[in-house]
Design a protein. Sequence first.
Length: 95
Amino acid sequence: MDSGACDNIGNPRDFPGTEVKDTKESKSDDPKINSWIGAGGDGKPRLGEMKIPFVSNEGRGVTMRVKAGDVNKTLISVSRLQEAGFDTNLTKHPQ
């Protein structure tokens, strides 16, 4: 989970067999719309959107919308989880 991520973002290579559908952002010619600005200031192109199936901790089957981009690791947005009605807990676990 990422408390600073604006959206759920994953690399399609990490979800083989998952369809990437175009979005209005991925189709845009405007670089302010068709890419995200990474933490290092570099632009990451928006490739579309995927629907990723998973099972919640409660055993409920759910589908999460994840924007597709060339990222090194999947970012799950805390704010998007909360908007969807999920509780989030970012406590430190003892080592």
